[in-house]
Design a protein around this ligand. Structure first.
Ligand code: CU
Length: 125
């Protein structure tokens, strides 16, 4: 084979391999259900109150309240927020675009101690 033809064949093989790997990765990702992290809210804490997730990987936060209505907001993560009502589950899907530490808090006044109802989402590589 002449060297030019050899290079063309090599390039085609590389492109095919890359395409296949993208397809396989995509199929694999579609098979993986999104991770659900259960969080309870009560006066005046979330449990767990430190949540570690991976950058760019969607995660569902599933909240339940053990007493009354609480809020949940992460101001620095696209302004995500939710109202957590007792007797039902509330899901919030998050995808963090950047690594870092993001504070969240209750944004619905729930009594004396409401200001202490806080937590952190830690986003890792
Ligand atoms: Cu509150």
């Amino acid at each position: 084979m002449n060297p030019v033809k050899e290079n063309v064949v090599l390039i085609i093989v590389v492109i095919m391999a890359l395409t296949l790997s993208v397809v396989v990765t995509g199929a694999f990702a579609a098979d993986q259900p999104e991770q659900v992290i259960k969080i309870t809210a009560k006066k005046f804490e979330y449990s767990p109150n430190v949540i570690t997730i991976k950058k760019g990987v969607p995660v569902i936060l599933e909240f339940t309240s053990l007493d009354r209505v609480h809020g949940f907001t992460v101001p620095d993560l696209g302004g995500i927020r939710a109202t957590i009502e007792p007797g039902k589950t509330t899901q919030v899907r998050i995808v963090a675009p950047k690594t870092g530490s993001y504070d969240f808090h209750c944004d619905l006044f729930c009594g004396d101690g409401h200001e202490d109802m806080t937590g952190k989402i830690i986003v890792v590589e």
